[in-house]
Design a protein around this ligand. Structure first.
Ligand code: HEC
Length: 133
């Protein structure tokens, strides 16, 4: 391999990690400006695995219902059956790279799962947990 190829390869490998780090740090700054304290991966994992009861239907809801318990594996949408790509950024480098996408899905998924929007603290904690995977 010549030096140019090595350089380009290194650059391509670095892109997903760079953009993931920058998307998360942008959101962390935003959440802190909304009053969140230091983020906790343990608290994020606890929220991720917690079961909530839907007020209307009485159904059990949680994040792993769609994203599965093993975040390195593909998930399946609880209502549509559509395949959801693995959540762990280590297996799926596209994960958590786009601020707009993360925000959109936090709104939808928190409303569906918790019956309300997640707080800035909760969202930062979940990202702290997911980024370690
Ligand atoms: C009803 C099914 C469902 C549930 C329950 C669910 N999600 Fe999701 N989630 C999705 C789908 C569908 C996507 C978008 C497709 C994709 O990113 O693969 C998504 C994407 C996301 C994303 C965006 C990831 C990225 O790479 O930008 C985040 C963050 C997320 N979900 C967090 C959560 C959290 C936190 C919970 C629990 C509070 C949760 N989800 C529960 C279906 C669900």
């Amino acid at each position: 391999m010549n030096i140019k190829v090595i350089g380009i390869t290194a650059l391509l490998l670095a892109i997903p990690f760079y953009t993931q780090a920058s998307a998360i740090s942008e959101l962390e700054t935003e959440y802190k400006s909304q009053g969140a304290e230091a983020f906790s991966a343990a608290a994020g994992e606890a929220l991720w695995t917690k079961t909530f009861i839907d007020a209307k239907s009485g159904d059990k809801r949680s994040c792993p219902i769609c994203h599965t318990a093993d975040l390195a594996k593909e998930g399946k949408h609880a209502s549509t059956g559509k395949v959801i790509k693995p959540m762990a950024p280590s297996v799926n480098p596209q994960r958590l790279t786009e601020v707009k996408k993360i925000k959109k899905w936090f709104v939808r998924n928190c409303k569906w799962t918790l019956g309300r929007e997640c707080t800035a603290q909760e969202k930062g904690d979940v990202l702290a947990f997911l980024k370690t995977l």
